[in-house]
Design a protein. Structure first.
Length: 306
């Protein structure tokens, strides 16, 4: 198991290097000069040049990247152009909120999508199966911002049942979590259904039924348990997707998370915050994938032996 984990960690290194290079180049291709934004509208050309020198933006790109990468290895991402605060403080203040939102959304997706997929597989070709298919198509096809605005209109504006935005109480997480989880519910539902349908047609399942084992035991012991590996795969990938797509959801609901900070930093050309935010999301995604692989090894020991 330790050897398996070491190999996965080793494979993550070039991925992180590639992400850091890509995000560094992309933020420097964004139109606009951050030095002009920091200096202000009334600044002279000399003031702008002084700010650019102070921020290190007048140095060659390769030198800027090596400086950024070297500091990032120590956990130091510099200071925000916009606020002047350390970038690590800016991110830590928001990262927990994004992780909470993504985790709650994943739990909703796993429970609702998993149960819906099991029900659709057991009742295949029935109206329940067709209803699950229609819901899945609608959930995947509806953009997050449209669904979010619709939920705000119905549950916050018309009924006043839930908060419209912010994070002042635990009720405030309900609407953004539902919005964020909708597409993942549909994906997990379809994967669970197809995987369970395939397993229920296996010979050992027919044998269990022929022995007189009760149907619910056949489904849970022999069906669901053996159908979980592809679902675990998708669930692990979905958490990374949820963290990435939280940008839209957090903006719609004014959720104080990393995604909203990323949008604000892009608009302000705040290079250090943008670079650090993307790297944090990438590290989280890699960590989730490694944890998923370790869970594979628990569900199927043959994987860790490869």
């Amino acid at each position: 198991m330790l050897r398996f984990l070491f190999h996965r960690l080793l494979q993550a290194v070039p991925v992180l290097v590639g992400v850091s290079v890509a995000v560094f180049l992309m933020v420097h291709l964004i139109p606009g000069d951050p030095a002009e934004l920091v200096a202000g509208q009334m600044a002279t050309r000399e003031d702008v040049e002084n700010v650019r020198h102070a921020l290190g933006l007048d140095r060659p790109l390769l030198e800027q990247y090596l400086h950024f990468a070297g500091r990032a290895l120590t956990g130091d991402f510099g200071n925000s152009f916009r606020t002047g605060r350390p970038v690590s403080e800016e991110i830590l203040a928001r990262y927990g909120n994004t992780l909470l939102l993504g985790t709650v959304a994943l739990l909703i997706a796993a429970v609702v999508g998993g149960l819906a997929g099991i029900l659709a597989a057991v009742k295949r070709f029935s109206w329940i199966d067709n209803l699950a298919l229609v819901f899945s198509i609608l959930a995947i096809s509806t953009p997050a911002f449209s669904l979010g605005l619709l939920l705000i209109l119905v549950f916050a504006v018309w009924n006043g049942m839930l908060p419209m935005s912010g994070f002042d109480s635990w009720q405030a997480i309900i609407l953004p979590a539902i919005t964020l989880s909708a597409a993942s519910v549909a994906v997990i539902c379809r994967i669970m259904r197809s995987s369970l349908v395939e397993v229920l047609d296996k010979q050992y399942v027919r044998t269990a039924r022929a022995k007189g084992l009760r149907e619910h035991l056949v489904i849970w012991r022999h069906g669901v348990r053996n159908a979980l590996i592809p679902v675990v795969t998708i669930a692990g990938l979905q958490l990374g997707y949820l963290l990435g797509s939280a940008v839209v959801t957090e903006t719609v609901f004014a959720w104080p998370g990393l995604g909203r900070l990323l949008v604000q930093s892009i608009l302000a050309r705040d290079f250090p915050v943008v670079q650090a935010s993307v790297l944090v999301v990438a590290v989280t995604f890699i960590a989730v994938n490694i944890a998923t692989d370790l869970l594979y090894a628990v569900l199927d020991p043959r994987i860790s032996a490869q």
